[in-house]
Write a protein that binds this ligand. Structure first.
Ligand code: SF4
Length: 460
């Protein structure tokens, strides 16, 4: 790609790229450098009033094929696009922007955001756990054995994906954010809930934190004996692989990973790759190699997104490249019911067909991948396929708030164009508990009452 561009911005004078985020303020410069049309520029500017926009030099110079813009999949992945807002919403925002009344614009933008379902899956109502002080900020406890932890310093990313289901984390509204100032209350909660053996650091992207800040959030978790697995959800290998290779504290970060592994925990880096192009740069593959050298395992996941990766050949290449880099293909997700979903959604029947075509071309070692999977209010539901007549979907809960639902197959009518669980109707004869889970939001059965545990855990 456009390697010379690094020197144009003056970031690479000593041969080392330093991270700097670009946002709306840099749009004019980006447009000039890469020849974006005025029409595209204004569309990006308008939609980015509602949805977050952030990119960096590596994504601009190494990942986007500017000759293919606006259809280029990585351009679609990071630059807000005209069709992402409903036309009447776009018109309202444009009118308010022209009138230049900041109060009015903020009101219009807030109303549009609220119509984009900022917290899908009833995350606030059902997933936020409590301790003696009340709701635990920056934590979610949906499944019995897993706690999601949103460290406050990690609630941004090296670039933003336009399809992000956590977009509400990035729009500057404190009412829409999950964020924990520090790990103290989470550690207290974990001690009260020894059934939780798996903590997922998530965001945003925890790998935006410096090694020292990450250590402050991670190390206290090692003092909880019942925590056996620590996972870090990140897209840093795709968006800023320098984080593990040439950043000033890359080595310190990897030493921290080694420390977690030495404590006897499984450390899993849950790497997000949307397109095989993200694994083409040598730097990305080096980053994966360095992470693996610490003893961490790397699992890879991404949603299936129209205009970005709705092509079986892309997934086949991606999964093959992951295995070649020593990583494990893990999930193909269905894009969630939030943000500009109408722009990105892929009907379930087509998703199942893309998955099957890519999967059937894979060698056995890459067939670790599951999909397409909907992460829904009652749990993770995989679409196993469409029956030969084309009128029913075969589905199964891979994970559920109610453990009794896990692994049981069920069938629904296959409505043309259906793209989420709430558009499906179980066939007659479906067991009542499965039919209820499909039809209604589940109660938070995965959150058992707190247990008193007076003896503090020792660090292992
Ligand atoms: S890297 Fe992850 S959290 Fe960040 S914008 Fe992309 S999908 Fe969202």
């Amino acid at each position: 790609m456009n390697r010379a561009a690094l020197t144009i911005t003056g970031q690479d004078t000593d041969g080392v790229s330093r991270f700097r985020a670009y946002g709306v303020r840099q749009l004019d410069r980006i447009a000039k450098r890469f020849g974006l049309s005025g029409e595209t520029l204004e569309a990006v500017r308008l939609v980015s009033l509602v949805l977050p926009f952030r990119v960096n030099e590596y994504v601009l110079s190494e990942l986007i094929d500017w000759a293919r813009v606006p259809d280029d999949p990585v351009f679609q992945l990071v630059f807000p696009q005209p069709g992402m807002l409903a036309s009447e919403d776009a018109a309202q925002v444009a009118d308010a922007a022209v009138r230049a009344d900041r109060g009015e614009l903020a009101t219009v933008v807030a109303a549009v955001r609220s119509r984009l379902n900022p917290h899908p899956g009833q995350q606030i109502e059902l997933n936020v756990p409590s301790d003696a002080e009340g709701a635990l900020p920056g934590a979610q406890h949906k499944y019995r054995e897993t706690l999601l932890y949103f460290p406050g310093n990690g609630q941004t990313c090296h670039a933003y994906c336009t399809y992000c289901f956590r977009w509400a984390q990035f729009v500057g509204d404190p009412d829409l954010r999950f964020t924990a100032p520090g790990p103290e209350r989470v550690v207290g909660y974990l001690r009260q809930h020894p059934e939780v053996n798996d903590v997922l650091l998530t965001g945003g992207d925890p790998m935006v934190m410096s090694a020292e800040t990450l250590r402050r959030h991670l190390e206290p978790l090692l003092g909880v004996r019942s925590v056996r697995t620590i996972r870090i959800g990140t897209k840093a290998v795709a968006y800023w692989p320098q984080r593990f290779v040439t950043d000033a504290d890359a080595d310190d970060t990897l030493r921290l990973f080694e420390r977690v592994v030495r404590s006897g925990r499984t450390l899993a880096v849950m790497a997000h790759f949307s397109h095989d192009r993200e694994l083409e740069p040598d730097l990305a593959r080096r980053a994966l190699g360095r992470i693996r050298d610490t003893g961490a395992v790397i699992y890879c996941q991404a949603p299936l997104i129209a205009r970005v990766n709705d092509d079986a050949r892309v997934w086949e290449r991606l999964w093959r490249a992951e295995v070649a880099a020593g990583a494990v293909p893990y999930y193909m997700f269905v894009t969630r019911d939030t943000g500009p979903r109408d722009y990105f959604k892929v009907p379930l029947a087509r998703a199942a067909s893309i998955f099957r075509e890519a999967y059937s071309a894979l060698p056995g070692l890459a067939r670790t991948v599951r999909g397409p999977v909907m992460s829904t209010t009652p749990g993770k539901v995989v679409v196993d396929g469409v029956d030969d007549a084309g009128d029913c979907l075969q589905l199964r809960f891979l994970q559920a708030r109610d453990p009794l639902l896990v692994g049981r197959p069920f069938r629904t009518r296959c409505r043309p164009g259906a793209s989420w669980l709430d558009e499906l109707t179980p066939v007659p004869g479906t067991p009542a508990d499965l039919a209820r889970a499909v039809a209604t939001p589940a109660l938070p059965a995965g959150i058992p009452p707190a247990r008193d545990e007076t003896a503090p855990d020792k660090e292992e």
